[in-house]
Design a protein around this ligand. Structure first.
Ligand code: SAH
Length: 368
């Protein structure tokens, strides 16, 4: 069984109910000597009414409210600060017990995307990524993953903009797990979090609107294949193994061929992707951005049903890399399009506040 959350609480520590999906919530109420249907009522208070105060839950008896007060809590990560970019992107900084994480709200014309984190730091050390340089502290638990979404959606649900000194935010239409960390190295918490995100008793989010990005943890892709159905984005970033080994050390363990073969298998079992996986490819000046690389990429991806997202590399401190110039990116993109690929050049959002892809480094960038 993939889903395993400990119902027992540690000494004096209240149970955070943001950790529980419906099944676990039912077990929780049964363990209190209560009826199962209470679980649905509580999920409703949390995810439909954005209520975290047991006193307000008027379909619970005084006795039950007291029990809940004594042992449980509904608590999102602690808000520390936020920064608002000139393009409207908002970077939220949260404290989660032993470290800081970031969550990004990205408004666009017809949609708003929330980018969430899955770990504090990252072990993978991709050498173009600020989170990689942070090192790794720990996995986020379910409530810390769910809590990022709940915190932001709560503000939107309650129109709580004035107190947060925000002009306006619109409803979240898309969620991407592309913040700090490698989600497929935290399956223990990411899978139950996905259940809550997609469940009608949780955020009731469409699997077509939720994307998980991975650097390519092949055994984890195989493990979730047929069990978890979400849209997948693959951080490829290189057109051959020699180059990818230098950019992403994980490639030495799971090379491009094994990665693409696992992705093929995933696509066969997934309906969320509608048969098409997203391939992410950062554009690094003179490193991976020539027509030679585009030709290699075409050969590599010719049998994979995919769309390619070209990501202009976002600068991070003390890096030897530079972003490819705009002309080069367009030539690269046109070449791929000419060979039948669907290509999008990702807009660079929030880079003035270090909120863009690969720039997330906890409080480090704020302090510097
Ligand atoms: N660990 C996951 C998710 C993390 S980051 C993964 O590797 O996919 C989300 C995306 O941003 C990844 O494609 C990552 O490679 C990319 N990225 C990292 N640093 C970047 C940078 N400085 N500029 C642009 N994209 C970057």
């Amino acid at each position: 069984m993939l889903y395993n959350i400990d119902l027992k609480r540690k000494k004096n520590k209240k149970i955070n109910l943001l950790n529980f999906n419906l099944i676990k919530m039912k077990e929780f109420f049964l363990s209190l000597g209560e009826k199962e249907f209470r679980a649905v009522q509580l999920m409703d208070w949390i995810y439909k009414k954005y209520c975290c105060n047991f006193d307000i839950m008027n379909n619970f008896s005084i006795n039950l409210k007291k029990k809940l007060h004594d042992i449980a809590i509904i608590q999102a990560p602690k808000y520390i600060s936020k920064q608002i970019s000139k393009d409207g992107t908002i970077k939220w900084n949260f404290f989660v017990n032993t470290g800081y994480i970031e969550t990004i709200y990205i408004p666009e014309k017809n949609r708003s995307t929330l980018c969430i984190s899955s770990q504090i730091g990252c072990v993978l050390k991709c050498n173009f990524c600020a989170t990689g340089y942070l090192g790794f502290t720990r996995n986020l638990v379910v409530s810390e993953i769910i809590g990022q979404i709940w915190y932001i959606m709560n503000i939107i649900h309650n129109n709580n903009f004035d107190s947060m000194k925000i002009f306006q935010m619109s409803k979240i239409t898309n969620i991407v797990m592309m913040g700090m960390g490698e989600p497929l190295l935290n399956l223990k918490n990411v899978i139950p979090a996905l259940h809550i995100i997609l469940s009608q008793y949780g955020f009731n989010f469409s699997k077509h609107k939720f994307t998980l990005s991975t650097a390519g943890i092949v055994p984890a892709i195989k493990k979730i294949c047929g069990k978890v159905d979400i849209s997948l984005a693959i951080s490829l970033h290189a057109s051959n193994d020699v180059l990818r080994n230098t950019l992403m050390p994980i490639n030495k363990k799971f090379n491009i061929a094994s990665l693409l073969s696992a992705v093929q298998e995933y696509l066969k079992k997934s309906t969320a992707n509608r048969g098409v996986v997203t391939i992410e490819y950062i554009m690094l000046k003179d490193i991976n951005d020539t027509i030679y690389h585009a030709e290699e990429l075409i050969l590599l991806l010719k049998n994979l049903s995919c769309k390619i997202n070209l990501i202009p590399w976002n600068p991070i401190k003390n890096s030897r890399y530079q972003c490819s110039n705009s002309n080069t990116i367009h030539i690269f993109s046109d070449f791929l399009i000419k060979h039948g690929f669907i290509v999008k050049i990702r807009k660079n959002r929030g880079s003035d506040i270090y909120a863009a892809c690969g720039q997330l480094a906890g409080l480090k960038n704020i302090k510097n």
